[in-house]
Design a protein around this ligand. Structure first.
Ligand SMILES: C[S@@+](CC[C@H](N)C(=O)[O-])C[C@H]1O[C@@H](n2cnc3c(N)ncnc32)[C@H](O)[C@@H]1O
Length: 298
């Protein structure tokens, strides 16, 4: 690691992006959730909750010992441990995030878990500053759903992967936010959630678009798998959208979508409904998509 946290190993350099400790000037990301301890814990728990998805995605790609792997927008944890385990001691894992608090939290995680092959850099995923073709795998989870210009991120992912290497994404899709029996409070909150995302310029239905984005960016051997999880009673994923809305409370109120009182009442009523073991909830769809950078120029 360089003096400013930049990564310099095996042709991987984030110096251009991280030299001054800040991301290059760019429009603010639409990520509207924050980085306090509650959000850190929510994201770290989410890594456990989405473990099976991540394992399935990395299995599809066939991550090998010795690979250089990048977890773009890793947040406070992402898939850093899983990647470190797969690439082994001869490999390298780089985490990258635009949020300096998440970067510090990910570095703390790597230190506490003695993940010596993991390095974390602060930069914008759209212009990382890494050298081209630096990685065998570039992975991103729940990044594209949070930004206005997903094509720019995908283009950067393709630039960073070496010919023959893989790009892999997991993204949510709000096309099937189901609750049965229907509940007025839950419906109202889902509507506020979708409206907030739409207004931020992000696409809450991005999951289904990811394979197309990868193909449009020149990748081949595109694969896709969708999962529609129905968390059982008591499972933390049951309330994932309500938890996100809680984390975005100030944004919801500032946007005039709901008053603080309405938000609290709806949240309380919806949580009671979801606590009923007879209620079925499918919070969203998850799309996993992957593609390979061609080895030969056409
Ligand atoms: C929903 S979190 C997902 C974190 C992690 N990938 C995971 O699955 O646990 C989204 C992350 O994207 C990061 N992010 C948003 N816009 C970004 C950008 N333009 N460049 C890099 N990171 C970004 C946020 O700081 C946040 O850590």
């Amino acid at each position: 690691m360089g003096p400013h946290g930049e990564v310099q190993r095996a042709g991987v350099s984030a110096a251009g992006a991280a030299r001054d400790g800040r991301a290059p000037t760019a429009p603010a990301p639409a990520y509207t959730i924050g980085s306090d301890a509650t959000e850190r814990d929510r994201l770290r728990s989410q890594t456990d909750e989405l473990h099976e998805h991540a394992v399935a995605l990395l299995d599809r790609v066939g991550v090998q010992p010795g690979w250089r792997a990048l977890d773009l927008a890793c947040g406070p944890r992402g898939v850093l441990e899983l990647l470190a385990d797969r690439v082994g001691l001869d490999g390298t894992v780089v985490g990258l995030d635009i949020n300096p608090v998440h970067v510090a939290q990910a570095r703390e995680l790597a230190r506490l878990h003695a993940l010596h092959t993991v390095h974390v850099a602060e930069a914008d995923a759209r212009r990382t500053g890494f050298a081209p073709a630096s990685f065998e795998l570039v992975h991103a989870r729940l990044l594209l759903v949070n930004i206005r210009d997903p094509q720019a991120v995908v283009a950067e992912m393709v630039r960073l992967v070496r010919p023959g290497g893989w790009v892999a994404c997991e993204e949510a899709d709000g096309g099937a936010m189901l609750c049965d029996p229907a509940d007025r409070a839950y419906d109202r909150l889902m509507e506020a959630f979708r409206t907030l995302y739409e207004r931020s310029g992000a696409d809450v239905f991005i999951g289904r678009r990811v394979p197309r984005l990868l193909g449009d960016a020149g990748l081949t051997e595109i694969g896709v798998e969708a999962r529609a999880d129905v968390p059982p009673p008591g499972h933390p994923r049951r309330t994932v959208i309500l938890d996100l809305l809680r984390a975005m409370r100030a944004k919801v109120i500032d946007a005039g979508l709901l008053s603080a009182q309405e938000l609290d009442q709806l949240d309380h009523a919806a949580r009671e409904h979801l606590a009923d073991p007879r209620t079925l909830v499918m919070p969203h769809l998850s799309f996993m998509a992957w593609g390979r950078r061609p080895t030969l120029a056409c």
